[in-house]
Design a protein around this ligand. Sequence first.
Ligand SMILES: *[C@@H]1O[C@H](CO)[C@@H](O)[C@H](O)[C@H]1NC(C)=O
Ligand SMILES: *[C@@H]1O[C@H](CO)[C@@H](O)[C@H](O)[C@H]1NC(C)=O
Ligand SMILES: *[C@@H]1O[C@H](CO)[C@@H](O)[C@H](O)[C@H]1NC(C)=O
Ligand SMILES: *[C@@H]1O[C@H](CO)[C@@H](O)[C@H](O)[C@H]1NC(C)=O
Ligand SMILES: *[C@@H]1O[C@H](CO)[C@@H](O)[C@H](O)[C@H]1NC(C)=O
Ligand SMILES: *[C@@H]1O[C@H](CO)[C@@H](O)[C@H](O)[C@H]1NC(C)=O
Length: 249
Amino acid sequence: METIQKCTSLLWVFMFALARSENVVITEIMTLRSTESVSPHCDQHTSWACNITSQDEPTIFLFAWSAPNKTALCELKDGHLSTHNGVNCVFKGQQLVLTIRHTKPIHQGQYVCKLRSNLGIKSAFTHLKLQECHHSLHVHSRDGNSTCRARGVYPEAHIHWFQGSKNLTDSSVAHPSVRDEDGTYEIASTLLHRPHSTLNCSLWSPSSGRYLSSTRTREEMTPPESSRANSYGTNGTVLAAAFTLHWDV
Ligand SMILES: *[C@@H]1O[C@H](CO)[C@@H](O)[C@H](O)[C@H]1NC(C)=O
Ligand SMILES: *[C@@H]1O[C@H](CO)[C@@H](O)[C@H](O)[C@H]1NC(C)=O
Ligand SMILES: *[C@@H]1O[C@H](CO)[C@@H](O)[C@H](O)[C@H]1NC(C)=O
Ligand SMILES: *[C@@H]1O[C@H](CO)[C@@H](O)[C@H](O)[C@H]1NC(C)=O
Ligand SMILES: *[C@@H]1O[C@H](CO)[C@@H](O)[C@H](O)[C@H]1NC(C)=O
Ligand SMILES: *[C@@H]1O[C@H](CO)[C@@H](O)[C@H](O)[C@H]1NC(C)=O
């Protein structure tokens, strides 16, 4: 009697273990994995993949990437791949690779990869966060006032002024920043009544607590053909510095 009971409970344990292991096998029939996060520079191409891993090749009903605002970016349906909103998509070797050509602040957020197949329904997520970026700084002088501007700034930053080691920021007036359609900011600051002196206009990022870029005005005594511009890299990887000095007298 006792032996039968023992046998029965052993059988239960065995069956439970079998059920569990079967369960594990079932969940591993197919996995969907995407790049966890990407952090490109502004305006760069960004590519990342969503991969299907399975023992048997699944029959795909839908394989798609959608944007943080939930709009479909690319969809593989009935063997046909369609793309929307100016992105690029490639389906190759059980991977759906999404490419954004000029990454902007508005592209930030969580992207969703979805798969519906005969082996099940899965989703995977990729977080896109941009690095700091800005275009060149430009200084424009007029009637003794100097105005320094920067476009394509992200996140929002401030302009500080220096003359040698002297900090002149408190004598400047910051213009209200303007948010562009792409999510970057245009910022400007005017320094009042500082004629004929070499000034340093610097871009201060409160989010990273450092100066991202700076430019210096140089004194040019021959107006107005003396307008010049220098640019050391404009792609956001390299700190950009440029200046234009006008004498509109
Ligand atoms: C997707 O597959 C490709 C090629 O096998 C591999 O290089 C890449 O790292 C994979 N990505 C993820 C997120 O698993
Ligand atoms: C949603 O995001 C896509 C891709 O970033 C963009 O092209 C589209 O204009 C956005 N749609 C809305 C309604 O915001
Ligand atoms: C320079 O700044 C002063 C003080 O704000 C202003 O009155 C003047 O109009 C400015 N000059 C120019 C050319 O912007
Ligand atoms: C310059 O002055 C501004 C405004 O007072 C201040 O926020 C900034 O930290 C100063 N920068 C340096 C390098 O002293
Ligand atoms: C301008 O001033 C900033 C802050 O003091 C400094 O980091 C930067 O090197 C200066 N740039 C130039 C071109 O002098
Ligand atoms: C940015 O500029 C640097 C130096 O000019 C270059 O090495 C890099 O490849 C550029 N990156 C892009 C995305 O253009």
